[in-house]
Ligand binder design. Sequence first.
Ligand code: NAP
Length: 307
Amino acid sequence: MTQIYNRVALIGLGLIASSMCHAMRRAGLAGEIVGYARSAETRAIAREINLCDHVYDSAVDAVKDADLVVLCVPVGAMGAVAAEIGPALKPGATVSDVGSVKRTVIDAVAPHIPQGVHFVPAHPLAGTEHSGPRSGFAELFDNRFCIIVPAEGSDRAAVGRVSDLWRGMGSNVDEMDPDHHDLVLAVTSHTPHLIAYTMVGVADDLSRVTDSEVIKYSAAGFRDFTRIAASDPTMWRDVFLNNKDATLEILGRFTEELFALQRAIRQGDGDHLFDYFTHTRAIRRSIVEAGQDTDAPNFGRGPAKPK
Ligand code: NAP
C-alpha cells in the first residue's frame, strides 16, 4: 500500500483514533501521524506507548500542517473542536470525522470549515466496548464497512483519498447520505445498544434475582447484552441525543413488535413465535454469509476461563 497523506492529525486519542494509528502504520498510509487529546493524562499515555509520531498539547498546533485532520471525539464535542481548529487548517487540507451519527455532526462542523478546505465525513462500523488510547488495535477495521457521507458538491478527489485511506486500513467502503445513514444505524446499532442497556438495567432492578445470581448464571444472551452495555457512557449519551428522530422511530416499531410477541406468549400462539424466530434466524444467516460475523458456535469464543 502506498502513502496517501503526508501528515495526518487525529483529534481525540481513544479507541477509534488509536486503532487508526495502528492500521495506518501497518499499511504505511501516512508519512507522519500526529495527535491531540484534551486531557494531559491521555496525552501522557499516548506518548508513553508511542501511539503516534508526535502528541501536541493543543489541537491548533496539531492540525497546522496536516493534510488530513480526523475528528475522533464524541459526537456532541465535534462542533466545538471544529470551531477551535477551523482557523488553523491548511488550505487544500481535508477534514474528516468518525462520529457514529452524521446529520448533526455535519451541521455542527461544516460552518467551521474554511473555504478551500474539504470536509469528508465518515463512520467506521467497527468498535469494541473498550475506550482510550491503549484500547486500539490495527485489525479493528478489517473487513468492516466504513460509510463515507460526502456533502453535496464535495470534491471527488478528496472523497476518493479518504475512501482509499479506509480501504488501506482494511475496510470496505460505501457512500450514503446523512439521513439514510442515521436511520440505518438506528436499526443496526443505536437501538440495539439501548435495548442492551435496558435489559442489563432490568436484571439489576429485579429484586427477586440477586445481583450475584445474575453474574454467576449469566447465559450467552445476557452476557452479550452486558458487553454491549459496558460501552462508553459519554459516546452513547451523545449518540442518542444526536440521532433522536431515527432512534425514536425504530424504538416505536420495536415496541409494537415486542407487544405482538408478548400477546403471542400470553395467548399460547406458538405459530406466531415459530414463524417470527424462523425469519430472524434467516437474517443471522445472511450476516454470516456476508462475512460480517463468524458461524462458530458462541461467536467463536472458547470455553469460559476457570476462576
Ligand atoms: P474514546 O475511546 O472514549 O475516546 C474519545 C476521545 O475523545 C478521547 O481522547 C477524549 O479525550 C476525547 N474527548 C471526549 N470528550 C471530549 C470533549 N468534550 N472535547 C474534546 N475531546 C473530548 O472514544 P471512541 O470510541 O474512540 O469514539 C470516538 C468517536 O468515534 C465518537 O464520535 C464515536 O461516536 C465514534 N465511533 C465509536 C465507535 C465505538 O464502538 N467505540 C465506533 C465507531 C465510531 P480524553 O481521553 O482526554 O478525555
